[in-house]
Write a protein that binds this ligand. Structure first.
Ligand code: P6P
Length: 333
């Protein structure tokens, strides 16, 4: 019988190679996996747990919250607040940062997360996930403020996402490659099943919500039109298109078979620089994709080098197979 390597065992292996992987980071990953296992359980039971439908509230983004959005956010908080690994946390679902309650010790890391990405798919039973990013608390184990979170993606200590799909998976990086783990619910452990994932540098598959086409900037319009022109156009080859409307599902597919994901800036709402959020969607996904040999840009700059100005800042996202991302970036120049 094949005994797999658990996520914790992988981190202990990494710790021997990389001193940044300390006991607190390993402990924090343990708490995050508890959150993800609980959310996976709730998502899988769906209507049976009475967790579908709207919560009847809006988040800071002005988006209607699903019951599972609110529940997942609470699960992340209660799973990670008490063990002294975090100075504070920030979530898509909370306006302000969440300080660790006085009865718990404060720690040296900051956690940002989207507790349930793609939740508009929940009621129609399509894959959703949780995305998280881990930063150092600039105040050591002191009480951080919002400004302490505004670190560029290159400062991330670790990042990951959980995928609640046909199987529940955790994809993560501590800066030494991108690793995939599959939940064995029989023993409640994430087992290391995808070692050092590599994104193919080329692809013939693009992902974008084409209903926004009239709002895109010209470089994106040009790139997508050339993909659609296929053999008859300048690319001289046919492309395929996928749009799940769940970033975790798109990114996992791209990690496995290549592809390019675009949620570009559009003029539908000129006040927004894009739809996706920098701190807990774009940055963690960029870290994971870059560690797998892919690229990630706004079209004008590397996403991980953006100096954040606001906690819920939005950004254009173009990521995936390196050669395609580079081509789109060249079109923006
Ligand atoms: P649209 C989900 O709401 C999300 O944040 C990403 O997971 C997904 O890629 C995107 O928005 C879908 O956006 O406009 O197609 O519904």
């Amino acid at each position: 019988m094949q005994i797999g390597v658990t996520l914790q065992q992988y981190l202990l292996i990494e710790q021997k190679k990389n001193s940044k992987v300390d006991n607190d980071l390993i402990g924090l990953f343990g708490d995050i996996t508890v959150a993800c296992k609980n959310i996976s359980n709730a998502v899988r039971h769906g209507a049976l747990y009475g967790v579908l439908g709207s919560a009847g509230s809006e988040n800071v983004q002005g988006e209607t919250q699903k019951k599972l959005d609110v529940m997942s956010n609470d699960v992340f908080i209660h799973s990670t607040e008490r063990n002294g690994y975090l100075g504070a946390m920030a979530s898509e679902e909370m306006d302000d940062i969440y300080h660790i309650p006085d009865q718990f010790p404060r720690g040296k890391y900051l956690l940002t997360f989207d507790p349930l990405d793609g939740s508009s798919n929940i009621d129609v039973n399509i894959t959703v996930g949780s995305i998280f990013s881990i930063l150092k608390n600039p105040k050591g184990t002191g009480k951080p403020d919002t400004q302490d979170f505004l670190q560029p993606g290159t400062q991330q200590i670790a990042a990951g996402f959980c995928l609640y799909g046909p199987s529940t998976m955790m994809v993560m990086t501590v800066g030494n490659g991108t690793q995939g783990f599959t939940l064995d619910s029989g023993i409640g452990e994430f087992i290391w099943t995808h070692e050092d994932i590599e994104i193919s540098p080329d692809t013939k598959e693009f992902s974008i919500n084409t209903s926004n086409q009239r709002f895109w900037e010209d470089p994106v319009k040009r790139y997508i039109q050339e993909c659609k022109d296929g053999k008859t156009g300048p690319r001289a080859t046919d492309f395929n298109m996928r749009w799940v409307a769940s970033m975790v599902a798109e990114v996992y597919r791209i990690l496995n078979r290549g592809g390019i994901f675009l949620y570009p800036r559009d003029t539908k709402d000129p006040s927004k620089a894009g739809k996706l959020r920098l701190m807990y969607e774009a940055n963690p996904m960029s870290f994971i994709v870059e560690q797998a040999g892919g690229g990630s840009t706004t079209g004008y700059e590397r996403i991980m080098e953006i100096k954040p100005e606001a906690l819920h800042q939005r950004v254009a996202v173009i990521l995936g197979s390196k050669n395609e991302v580079d081509l789109v970036r060249r079109y923006h120049q």
